[in-house]
Design a protein. Structure first.
Length: 262
């Protein structure tokens, strides 16, 4: 009888040890929850490489993201070659760009719209026939962003790692979940991250086939976002315009509707 009692107590103790969450783990979960609730956008990176093991962890976070009917309609092109990023950035000039659904003749009269001061049109829908839904992934338009980024803010060539996310048309939401998962994973691993969309205008433009081959993008997919990741450059003055000029978040009262039972 004593042996049976001792066995039961030992089993109970072992179960308790296996199911008890260490205080350090609980602290880590709290920190993770705080990070996701207010994830920062990194504007300055060092060019120190992201460890290969961490790149794999970031990619697994994207691969394991939820998708409609578990179709996993995405593809990730991991770019650490600075020359390739420079080549994509060079394609971000207006010359030769067009929405991917348009023929090579592009816009009426075969001419591209002339952007103000050499920058991409911002919210001026009339600059692109058909408005914001004229063939751009997710209905996006070119941003007012030069090839190297927005002023002093991080652009395509300013991080050691860029992951180009592509997907099938109509699967942009699933791809968005994947890139967000990867961004959070990068931050949890101690890196900075930034999600940008402006390079997709070049990637899906008149050189789309060339860039697709270069990046291994599967047939039938278009680029929808690029995740930049790397160590944050902590030596930069955080009072600079890139940080202080960040757009503030809208209050919850303006963005959320609660539907409760009476």
């Amino acid at each position: 009888m004593k042996r049976r009692i001792c066995f039961v107590l030992s089993a109970a103790l072992m179960l308790a040890l296996l199911t008890t969450v260490p205080a350090s783990a609980d602290s880590g979960m709290t920190e993770a929850a705080a990070l996701v609730a207010d994830i920062p956008t990194t504007q300055y990176f060092t060019m120190d490489a992201v460890a290969d093991t961490d790149v794999e962890k970031i990619l697994l976070a994207g691969i394991n993201a939820p998708s409609a009917m578990n179709t996993q309609p995405w593809h990730f092109s991991v770019v650490t070659d600075a020359a390739v990023l420079e080549e994509i950035a060079s394609g971000m000039s207006m010359g030769g760009m067009k929405p991917p659904s348009m023929p090579d003749s592009g816009f009426p009269g075969g001419e591209l719209p002339t952007p103000p001061d050499g920058a991409f049109p911002g919210s001026n829908d009339s600059a692109f026939p058909g408005g914001p839904d004229a063939g751009f992934p997710g209905g996006m338009q070119p941003q007012s962003v030069p090839a190297g980024g927005m002023g002093s803010k991080a652009g395509l060539t300013d991080a050691p790692l860029a992951i180009v996310v592509s997907c099938e048309r109509g699967s942009e939401l699933s791809a968005g979940l994947a890139v967000q998962n990867m961004s959070v994973e990068a931050q949890l691993l101690g890196y900075g991250s930034k999600i940008i969309s402006s390079p997709t205008i070049a990637l899906n433009g008149s050189r789309q086939a060339e860039f697709a081959e270069l990046l291994g993008i599967p047939d039938g997919q278009t680029a929808v976002a690029v995740l930049l990741a790397g160590y944050e450059d902590t030596g930069v003055d955080t009072t600079s315009d890139a940080y202080t000029g960040a757009t503030s978040r809208s209050p919850m009262s303006e963005k959320v509707t609660f539907v409760k039972a009476d």
